[in-house]
Design a protein around this ligand. Structure first.
Ligand code: ADP
Ligand code: 5SP
Length: 463
């Protein structure tokens, strides 16, 4: 049996799976936490990767790495970061995104050029922030990498990336399949640092010092799409640190409203994606406020009726990316003496988080994406309260794949693909799944309406 490793270096932790390359069966797993925060020393990812893979890689033939998207790793001539990496969830670049959008000719021109209207998360916005606020550091930058590119560089010594992660920079065009040096120069005050070579989906990045093949790697959402083998009609909702909604399609998106980021995927297709800043941590923060563990939180939330007695939580605890409200905070509306219970509050947290993602499903549908079912993954997909509320709020059948690290599985599948050198990735059967049917679509519609009214009341119709 040949073994392949998949590594997911996401916001909160690094996860590793060791799989059989022909079936995808997971034989061993590892994980290690990342420090909290919206900036990071890339060395902390390397340390976590080293800890999470300890003793797991000896008999592995190939390695794939998927990581959190967009993070700005700006290196000097010696290969040292000139500034701690600014992560996707760091909002200091919000004004830079607005300025960059204007300089590039407005939202429509941006969507056409780079597939996405810049928001604070994009690497291009972060480079603009660096150029404006730390010009002496910007002058020293020779290479700009993303988190997965940096890890691949540490593993192989090569400066390479893939089209999936490149499409999240804001200076690589999914439609044209090439870097837009003009956009990079505009973002970075006329500077044009080197960018990593974009590999084909099954191309290898290189080898580790001890001879293991390393595949191109990709962004974590592209990794999940590969790990789930997403098909037409499937829309994935991932409830990790971020909440993401995405699908695999054959044409690039160009949404001038800025809701949908028109990314590329890791197979040669496209991955329109809506991303919220507030997902699993809305639940953990609410649980902490109620003074309960997550298992108890689920029990409490399931004790409330759909609609949480009229409570609506707009869960913008870390600001928000979609809708574009980087400076927002959370709002709880509808409190009365008779509905002010822990049960309703817990349920409102679940419903508020899911309503933001349901708006993302609507946006993809409006963009022409077929929505036959939602595939629910990520840490918070394991919450029973989430599983109860999700079919109501999404209004379509929800499939919860067996608990697994799907980003890491996608990275492992890419490694197996690079090893095989075949035209298509290996067929890996998915482990079992729970199917959740919509039981009361009227209750779901009422919850969506409650949140829409709450949103309009606080942020206006067009925010
Ligand atoms: N049963 C659960 N209910 C709610 N949240 C959960 C549950 N299990 C894990 N989580 C949360 O999921 C998050 C981790 O999800 P994950 O998809 O691994 O995130 P990321 O990939 O962004 O690091 C953590 O915030 C964790 O607290
Ligand atoms: O910025 C995005 C997508 O555009 C995020 O989805 C990041 O890629 C972080 O992912 P998680 O750590 O939440 O999985």
């Amino acid at each position: 049996m040949t073994l392949v490793a998949g590594i997911d270096s996401s916001t909160q932790s690094t996860k590793v799976v060791i799989c059989d390359d022909t079936t995808g069966t997971v034989l061993r797993e590892g994980r290690a936490p990342h420090p909290d925060g919206t900036v990071a020393d890339p060395e902390s990812w390397w340390q976590a990767l080293t800890n999470a893979t300890e003793g797991l890689l000896d008999d592995v033939a190939a390695i794939g790495v998927a990581a959190q998207q967009h993070g700005m790793v700006a290196l000097d001539e010696q290969g040292a970061p000139v500034h701690p990496a600014l992560l996707w969830n760091d909002n200091r670049s919000a004004q830079a995104a607005i300025d960059l959008t204007r300089e590039l000719g407005g939202p429509q021109a941006c969507a056409e050029a780079i597939g996405t209207v810049p928001v604070a998360s994009l690497t291009a916005s972060k480079l603009r922030w660096l150029a404006e606020h730390e010009p002496h550091l910007a002058d020293r930058v020779t290479d700009v990498l993303l988190p997965h590119d940096w890890l691949i560089w540490r593993l192989t010594g090569e400066f390479v990336t893939d089209r999936g992660d490149a499409s999240g920079t804001g200076y690589w065009s999914p439609r044209e399949g090439r870097y837009r040096q003009d956009v990079l120069a505009t973002a970075f005050g006329g500077r044009t640092p080197r960018t990593p070579r974009v590999l084909a989906p099954a191309e290898a990045a290189g080898r580790t010092r001890d001879g293991k093949l390393v595949s191109a790697g990709t962004g974590d959402n592209m990794g999940a799409a590969l790990g789930l083998d997403v098909r037409p009609g499937d829309v994935v909702v991932s409830l990790g640190t971020s909440g993401t909604v995405f699908a695999s399609v054959d044409k690039p998106s160009a949404d001038p409203t800025g809701q949908i980021a028109g990314f590329a995927d890791a197979t040669g297709r496209f991955l329109p994606l809506v991303c919220t800043l507030n997902a699993a941590r809305v639940l953990t923060a609410t649980a902490a406020m109620l003074g309960v563990e997550m298992a108890e939180f689920d029990r409490v939330a399931c004790g409330a009726e759909p609609g949480a007695g009229g409570l609506a939580l707009l869960p913008y605890l870390d600001g928000e990316r979609t809708p574009i409200l980087p400076d927002a905070s959370g709002t709880l509306l509808g409190l009365r003496r008779d509905n002010m219970t822990p049960e309703n509050l817990a349920r409102a947290a679940v419903e508020g988080m899911l309503c933001g993602l349901a708006a993302g499903v609507d946006a993809l549908r409006a963009d022409g994406v077929e929505v036959a079912r939602v595939l629910l993954i990520g840490g918070a997909a394991q919450s029973r309260a989430v599983q109860v509320a999700a079919p109501l709020i999404f209004g379509v059948p929800v499939t919860v794949p067996a608990p697994a690290e799907y980003v890491a599985r996608g990275a492992a599948r890419q490694a197996a693909w690079a090893l095989a050198g075949t035209a298509q990735p290996p067929e890996w059967a998915l482990p079992g799944a729970a199917e959740l049917e919509v039981v009361d679509s009227e209750a779901g519609a009422r919850i969506r309406e409650l949140h829409h009214r709450a949103f309009t009341q606080v942020h206006g119709e067009t925010a």
